[in-house]
Design a protein around this ligand. Sequence first.
Ligand SMILES: Nc1nc2c(ncn2[C@@H]2O[C@H](COP(=O)(O)OP(=O)(O)OP(=O)(O)O)[C@@H](O)[C@H]2O)c(=O)[nH]1
Ligand SMILES: [Mg+2]
Length: 289
Amino acid sequence: MKFGERIKNFFSGKTAFSEELFDDLCDLLIEGDFGASQAFKTAELLKERCKKDSADLIPQKLAQLLEEELLKAKPAPDPAPNGKLCAILLLGVNGVGKTTTAAKLGSFYGSHYNKKAILAAADTFRAAAIDQLKIHGERLKTRVVAHKQGGDPAAVVYDALEAALSGGAGVVIADTAGRMHTKSALVEELRKIDRVVESKAAAACYLKYLVLDATTGRNAFAQAETFHDAVNIDAVILTKYDSTAKGGVVFSLASELRLPVAYVCTGEKYGDIEVFDPNKFAKEFAGIG
Ligand SMILES: Nc1nc2c(ncn2[C@@H]2O[C@H](COP(=O)(O)OP(=O)(O)OP(=O)(O)O)[C@@H](O)[C@H]2O)c(=O)[nH]1
Ligand SMILES: [Mg+2]
């Protein structure tokens, strides 16, 4: 069951305004992956705003308040500025969906932004990761630039950018290794890639997306804090927001880290990706979507 359904069920049949209603809502928000203090603040603010209204307006007011939270994030960057080569780096811990998302984005850039993609196998840690990306590339008829296992990820990005510049591709999407980096190793690896992008394509639109798995709940927030602190993240891509994922963590990303969500992925198929819409997300979460 989607979490919005839970909120919807919670409100259904409740017509009277009561303190208890907002206490229970606070608990429910925490279950929905809100942080405790944010859940409390949200419930309190909602209570204030709803004092003069009939209880049946509460879900709509909740959606409104949630959308305001999401808009506290910095704006999501333009993913595909006209005439510019885009260099996209997908970061994140193990298993969150980086490789799958690289393939989905490659296809999305073709269909929605009219930019031909090159996938860069910058996860050189495991041989299987390189093969996995190559299989996606074959299925999507998208070029994959790869080196051998153990190679330098920055060198892969370099070659992919060169291929894009000479072959007319509009976007390079680099998959990276999902091992839990130590901060210094992550920073070091990224500095090298930064230098490569600077030298190869200084005018490029360069975006670092952090991929977060919606099913990992508050853990995703901790990952965002760590990565954002180590390397400036431009935006988040939320994966596995299908089935039972709750998604409340997105509100903390916006209000506490000012991190916007760029895309939401809702399944394993290539088409299961969409641009994040704060209004839609807030409504869905509040059970009125
Ligand atoms: N249901 C669902 N599954 C997904 C989604 N995105 C990725 N997956 C699945 O999650 C699993 C891990 O995906 P990968 O793309 O290999 O993740 P990764 O981050 O590259 O993993 P590592 O390279 O091992 O760090 C795979 O089984 C994917 O099919 C999604 O949006 N929804
Ligand atoms: Mg991978």
